[in-house]
Design a protein around this ligand. Structure first.
Ligand SMILES: [Zn+2]
Length: 409
């Protein structure tokens, strides 16, 4: 990469900063060190989308990552697609990791074997500290792996809002109620259980609840009660949407009462029309005490998301995942956000990875490049001074997520 001299100076400043990584899917470290890793691990997670779209069969993707199949055979499954995906933003952190952590300039027919050996050799306790803390200067990483059993000072969990925001069956209700020695005879009783449950998640360290911007209807408590009672009576089937919508709104209030953040996935996956950030526009003003962290710029609705960030005091815009979806789209949108959104409402980085923890570094590098390009452009056009840009970068990468999530750091 070539940088302007302003970008280069800004990047140097950012590499000195402590970082709050505002979104990961990292499990406790032993999950990673107990697993067998190799060069193909670097093409797991998001890169799957590009491989499948390039033409790889889904079952071949699963075989590619199955350590019981010989590495050579798995490399041959992967190899035909490499040149089609290597220029994408999803793939770049894999190449950065190969170079920065393992000393290989490329991932190729010549290097995949020694790279795999090197990766397995380094896959030992302390790998999170070495990569996240020492290399990336990440003070804490907010993580969503559906668990709260973290025993270090590096990972801080968020849990799915549906943990208590959804009821699947009578057994599910009874199981949750028994956990707190409570009895559920009505929807009102269940709300008391949900409140206890979320309070317990908070005690276990969780700082927020995660949901997604899905289509939803105005709250109809009577319809929700009828559905709940039929589930409680052991009946199945029917449209449960009014109950889901009702519980979602209740969870937003519980989150506010417990001073927890509601993180909202928007955009990108599959039929992304069902994840349009605009589905939540009526919700934000209905819950003014609830703090919403809107993820992923609503890609591709980056501009609409910017307007959401401008208009609602209880909304933050979290740029997690975006830099590895498209650096170009992220930079143009971020520049527009500076025009529209106050600087304390933008959160600049979240790695968004699970097993391939070494890709967090490449993602952080790309985030730092993007922030330097956008702020550097403003400096070079005479719109802000260098020190002002450094202070804004520090807000996006550290102060804003620290303040939003009230992190004790
Ligand atoms: Zn994620």
């Amino acid at each position: 990469m070539h940088y302007t001299s302003t970008e280069e100076k800004l990047m140097q400043e950012m590499w000195q900063m402590e970082i709050v990584d505002a979104h990961e899917h990292l499990p406790p470290e032993h999950v990673r060190t107990d697993a067998t890793v190799d060069a193909l691990t670097l093409f797991s997670h998001y890169t799957r989308t590009d491989l499948i779209t390039a033409g790889m069969q889904a079952q071949d993707y699963d075989r590619m990552l199955n350590p019981e199949i010989p590495l050579e055979e798995r490399w041959q499954i992967f190899r035909p697609h490499l040149d089609n995906i290597r220029y994408g933003s999803y793939a770049r952190p894999a190449f950065i990791a190969a170079k920065e952590f393992y000393g290989f300039d490329d991932i190729s027919d010549e290097t995949y074997r020694p790279l795999s050996e090197r990766m397995q050799y380094e896959n030992t306790p302390g790998i999170y500290q070495r990569i996240l803390r020492q290399k990336c200067h990440i003070r804490v990483a907010l993580t969503q792996a559906g668990r709260t059993d973290y025993d270090d000072d590096l990972l801080v969990p968020l849990m799915p809002l549906d943990t208590y925001g959804m009821v699947a069956s009578r057994e599910d209700i009874e199981k949750k109620a028994t956990r707190f020695n409570m009895e559920v005879r009505s929807l009102e009783d269940y709300l008391a259980v949900a409140r206890e449950g979320v309070a317990q998640l908070k005690t276990e360290g969780s700082v927020g609840l995660k949901t997604a911007s899905r289509p939803n209807a105005a709250v109809n408590r009577q319809a929700a009660e009828e559905i709940f009672e039929s589930i409680l009576a052991g009946e199945q089937g029917g449209n449960t949407q009014p109950l889901r919508d009702f519980l979602m709104h209740e969870m937003f209030e519980i989150a506010a009462d417990l001073d927890m953040v509601v993180a909202v996935h928007t955009g990108m996956w599959g039929d992304f029309r069902t994840l349009d950030p605009k589905h939540f526009i009526p919700i934000f003003p209905q819950h003014p005490r609830t703090r919403f962290d809107v993820y992923h710029m609503g890609m591709p609705w980056v501009r609409e998301t910017g307007v959401i960030g401008k208009n609602f005091p209880n909304v933050w815009l979290n740029i997690c995942w975006c830099h590895i979806i498209s650096q170009k789209m992220t930079c143009s949108a971020l520049d527009e956000y500076i025009d529209m959104v106050p600087m304390n409402k933008i959160i600049g980085f979240g790695g968004d990875y699970g097993r391939p923890v070494e890709k967090v570094y490449g993602h952080l590098l790309m985030a730092i490049e993007d922030i330097a390009a956008v702020l550097g452009g403003r400096i070079d056009r005479g719109l802000m001074g260098f020190d002002e840009a450094v202070s804004i970068a520090n807000k996006w990468l550290y102060e804003n997520p620290k303040e939003l999530y009230k992190l004790n750091i």
